[in-house]
Write a protein that binds this ligand. Structure first.
Ligand SMILES: [Mg+2]
Length: 286
C-alpha cells in the first residue's frame, strides 16, 4: 500500500490531474515517543537518523509532538537538552506529564508534598508553588524516577500515606525502564505500586502520563486529529493504552523490546518498524 499524505504546509503547485487521482489527503498526526525511538540513552543521545527525521517532518508540514513520560526534569530543560543533541525543536513540541502535574496537584487541593524524584523535579514543583517537604506530614507523595531512592525516602513516603492519608501521585505509570548500560530498573509506576502494596492504599492511581486521555488531550492541542499515530518502543504501557483511546499504533523495535515481544504480549500494532527511515518511507511517503 502506498499512501501519499499531505500535512500542514500549504500545498505546492496544484497537482496534475493524474497525480491527484493517486493522492489521499488524509492528515496524519504523529505522537512520537522520545526514549527508545528518537533517543537511545538517558543522556538524550539520538539514534543517528532521528534529528533528520524530525527535520523532514517539519519540512513536509507533518504535524507532530514528541511525547515522553520522562519524570526527571521539566519539559523546557528537556527541549534544551534535545537541541544540544542536534534536534531542531521549539518549546511546546515536547510534552511530558511533568507539564500536567502542577495543575493536577492544584485541582486536588494538595499544597504540601513529598517528592520521590530528582532534585530538578522537586525544584520545579517548588517553583510551581508547592511546599516540598522532607517529612511525612504532607497531602501527597509525588513519585518520579529517582536514582537516589533509599530506605529513608521509602519510609517517609510510606508513613505519609499510612499515617497521614497522603495521596500517591506517580508522574507516570511506567513499569520498567531500560538504563543506558542495557540493564533495567523499576519505573515510577512500579515504585508507586510498592507504596500501594505496603500501605493497603485503595484508591486508583492517576495516570498523568502517556497514553492517558488527559495527556493525549494536552499533546494534541491545536493539531488535526483525523488520523493520529503513537510511535513507541513500549508495547505494554504506550501502545496498548494508545489503542484503547483510539489511536493508531506503531511499534519501534529500537528500544526496550524486540520484535518477538508482540507475540508474547498478544498485541497487534498497526505497523512495526526497525528503523525511522522505514517508518518515514512507509508512513509518510515523499
Ligand atoms: Mg519509549
Amino acid at each position: 500500500m502506498r499512501v501519499f499524505r499531505v500535512g500542514h504546509s500549504p500545498l505546492p503547485e496544484a497537482p496534475s490531474v493524474r497525480e491527484e487521482r493517486f493522492t489521499i489527503f488524509a492528515m496524519v498526526t504523529l505522537l512520537i515517543d522520545m526514549d527508545g525511538v528518537l533517543t537511545k540513552d538517558k543522556e538524550f543521545n539520538p539514534f543517528d537518523y532521528a534529528p533528520t527525521f524530525i527535520k523532514n517532518l517539519k519540512a513536509k508540514g507533518i504535524p507532530f509532538r514528541i511525547v515522553s513520560n520522562n519524570s526527571t526534569r521539566p519539559p523546557s530543560l528537556i527541549v534544551e537538552k534535545l537541541k544540544e543533541k542536534g534536534f531542531d525543536l521549539e518549546d511546546g513540541e515536547f510534552i511530558s506529564p511533568v507539564a500536567v502535574l502542577p495543575d493536577y496537584l492544584k485541582d486536588k487541593g494538595f499544597r504540601k508534598i513529598f517528592v520521590i524524584g530528582t532534585p530538578m523535579l522537586a525544584e520545579f514543583l517548588a517553583k510551581s508553588g508547592f511546599e516540598v517537604k522532607r517529612d511525612y506530614e504532607v497531602d501527597a507523595v509525588v513519585v518520579g524516577q529517582d536514582k537516589e531512592i533509599d530506605f529513608t525516602k521509602l519510609k517517609t513516603a510510606v508513613s505519609a500515606v499510612f499515617l497521614k492519608g497522603a495521596k500517591i501521585v506517580p508522574v507516570n505509570l511506567t513499569r520498567i525502564v531500560k538504563d543506558s548500560d542495557g540493564l533495567f530498573f523499576p519505573g515510577a509506576g512500579s515504585v508507586a505500586r510498592l507504596l500501594v502494596h505496603a500501605t493497603g492504599y485503595e484508591e486508583e492511581l492517576p495516570n498523568l502520563g502517556k497514553p492517558s486521555p488527559q495527556f493525549i488531550e494536552l499533546a494534541l492541542k491545536g493539531l488535526p486529529r483525523d488520523e493520529v499515530y503513537l510511535i513507541s518502543d513500549d508495547i505494554y504501557t504506550d501502545l496498548m493504552g494508545a489503542k484503547k483511546v483510539g489511536l493508531k499504533t506503531v511499534f519501534m523495535t529500537t528500544g526496550k523490546y524486540k520484535r518477538e515481544e508482540i507475540e508474547k504480549a498478544g498485541f497487534k500494532p498497526d505497523f512495526v518498524f526497525d528503523d525511522l527511515r522505514d517508518l518515514e518511507r512507509q508512513l509518510i511517503g515523499n
